[in-house]
Design a protein around this ligand. Structure first.
Ligand code: SAM
Length: 231
């Protein structure tokens, strides 16, 4: 898989992909990740990527021209409608659809993922209207830029590329994969200052442990995310 990040701060990502699962996936050539400077696709001498908003108001808006040019040079497509089905062009935006584990699984199927990071007041709306295939938000809060959101999306997607996790089954037992949160995990010591590990986990009785874990996952979901149970 090829992941291209469009940003005005490519150095933001300098070491971000040098750790853990992403580093291993890159080393195994399962994924290649590049952060591109949006200014490379400007044609004026000041390399302007932003301008004042039409209609007035605070702040600056990222201009459409460099973003359209960048996406065309990276994907070969001029518009979202022309993007081949094995590629996704994603605008990170608080106004986007909620990014979830199932979005991550969908993106993990593609051969190329282009992530467009906004800044300032945001991105000229024609990018959302005509250029991207998806507009996604990582949550109901406003970040200063799309870069941290791109990191979140990349991390969630890369771990779902077949072969990226040590064990193929790990991702299927994690939170959200079965509509529930993960079950609680414990390690040594069995008694930490009077805080005890549930007895059943120390018995080695696999069927009982599986039963306990499934009940504990349900209870944790009920307590912290009852909305998942409704879905
Ligand atoms: N004016 C915009 C609004 O109120 O919806 C906020 C713009 S924000 C300060 C600048 C950029 O950060 C956005 O263009 C987007 O790329 C990114 N961003 C902020 N919050 C985000 C979120 N929850 N999910 C994804 N991207 C986000």
């Amino acid at each position: 898989m090829q992941i291209d990040i469009l940003t005005i701060f490519p150095d933001y990502f300098r070491e971000a992909f040098d750790y853990g699962i992403i580093r291993r996936a890159r080393a195994a050539s399962l994924v290649e990740i590049k952060a591109h400077d949006l200014r490379s696709w400007t044609s004026d001498k000041h390399k302007m990527v932003d301008d004042r908003p039409f209609g007035g108001g605070d702040g600056m808006v990222l201009k459409p021209e460099p973003i359209f040019a960048a996406v065309e040079s990276l994907t070969g497509a001029k518009r979202g409608a022309d993007v081949p089905s094995n590629k996704r062009v994603v605008l990170l935006s608080p106004q986007g659809k909620q990014f979830t584990q199932s979005t991550a699984a969908e993106f993990a199927q593609s051969e190329q993922l282009v992530l467009v990071c906004g800044r300032y007041e945001g991105v000229d709306e024609r990018v959302a209207e005509a250029l991207v295939t998806d507009e996604v938000s990582i949550g109901d809060y406003v970040l200063s830029g799309g870069e941290p959101a791109a990191l979140v999306v990349i991390d969630a997607v890369v771990r779902l590329i077949p072969g990226a996790l040590g064990s193929e089954t790990s991702a299927t037992t994690e939170s959200f994969s079965e509509g529930l949160l993960d079950y609680p995990h414990y390690t040594r010591p069995p008694d930490f200052e009077g805080l005890k590990v549930p007895e059943v986990l120390l018995t080695g009785h696999h069927a009982e442990i599986a039963k306990w874990r499934s009940k504990a996952a349900e209870e944790k979901t009920k307590k912290n995310r009852p909305d998942l149970l409704k879905e």
